[in-house]
Write a protein that binds this ligand. Structure first.
Ligand SMILES: Nc1ncnc2c1ncn2[C@@H]1O[C@H](C[S@+](CC[C@H]([NH3+])C(=O)[O-])CC(=O)[O-])[C@@H](O)[C@H]1O
Ligand SMILES: O=C(O)C(=O)Cc1ccccc1
Length: 246
């Protein structure tokens, strides 16, 4: 069991930019469940979607895998012969714990897909041909100017019949819509026990690091990267997940 998230619970003199360090890794399962409406549903269903797009002998990438929640869902749901999951993250703290979670999963289940973990910057690594790429709340942490080239390289690596699953926090061009969905998201956090102080300090920590796009920006960028079809399969408040087909 992981600890509960108390990272921003005490007043801080200076709120530093958010990083995926050891303190965050320790509480991450609790943090993401209490912060992202629909997260457990999205993760479980990426496993189900993955099973449809997997092809015999193919790679399934989980980019920005954190503690490997999506990697675990893919390992359980995908039964296609010879597939393997490759989890990639540039946080050593996250990957160290991810490795422990995957060993625990190995001890719990039989017939799991093999998984390997790679410590790398997804902007630097070469992608091998693959049937599935999951970017589950990772693209929003990539510098906006580098998002298109990343999606282009993913598009190039995808096999015909494969898919990219892209989950993101959304911004809205319409001010009233943006305001309402953001307020409802804050209500979700309050309902999950976060105080006003925790909410305010987390917001300060994250605002320079995580830059959400609108759904329209995602659709345009995916089209520009060469994806032929984009389907919204999940939305809860200002969090959404897309299937993009090559
Ligand atoms: N350039 C980069 N290269 C590699 N990894 C990166 C990079 N930038 C950020 N990351 C990694 O992307 C992850 C984003 S969290 C993903 C949740 C997970 N997918 C989940 O389904 O639980 C999202 C969130 O916390 O909202 C972190 O682990 C970063 O270290
Ligand atoms: O906490 C938030 O407000 C978020 O938008 C999502 C989030 C969840 C976990 C780590 C970083 C950001």
């Amino acid at each position: 069991m992981s600890e509960s998230d108390r990272i921003f619970s005490q007043p801080l003199d200076h709120v530093a930019d958010f990083t995926f360090n050891e303190d965050v890794a320790r509480v991450f399962p609790d943090m993401i469940k209490r912060s992202v409406p629909g997260y457990p549903t999205i993760v479980e269903n990426i496993g189900v979607l993955g099973a449809r797009f997997a092809q015999p002998g193919s790679r399934l990438y989980d980019l920005g895998c954190s503690l490997g929640a999506v990697t675990q869902a893919l390992r359980r749901h995908v039964k296609t012969d010879g597939c393997r999951v490759i989890g990639v993250d540039n946080s050593a703290a996250m990957l160290a714990r991810c490795r422990e979670y995957l060993s625990a999963q190995d001890a719990m289940y039989q017939e799991l897909l093999p998984a390997e973990l790679v410590e790398a910057d997804i902007l630097q690594m070469d992608f091998q041909p693959c049937a599935l790429v999951a970017l589950n709340f990772t693209l929003q942490f990539i510098e906006p100017e580098r998002r298109l080239e990343l999606l282009q390289r993913i598009r190039q690596a995808l096999l015909p019949g494969g898919a990219l699953i892209l989950s993101e926090k959304l911004r809205f061009a319409d001010a009233a819509e943006h305001e309402l969905l953001n307020e409802l998201h804050l209500d979700f956090k309050r309902a999950n026990g976060y105080s006003e102080l925790e909410i305010a300090q987390k917001r300060t920590a994250i605002e320079n690091v995580m830059r959400p796009d609108t759904l329209e920006e995602h659709r345009e960028r995916l089209a520009q990267a060469g994806f032929s079809k984009v389907v919204l399969w999940f939305q809860c408040l200002n969090f959404a997940s897309l299937i993009a087909l090559p």
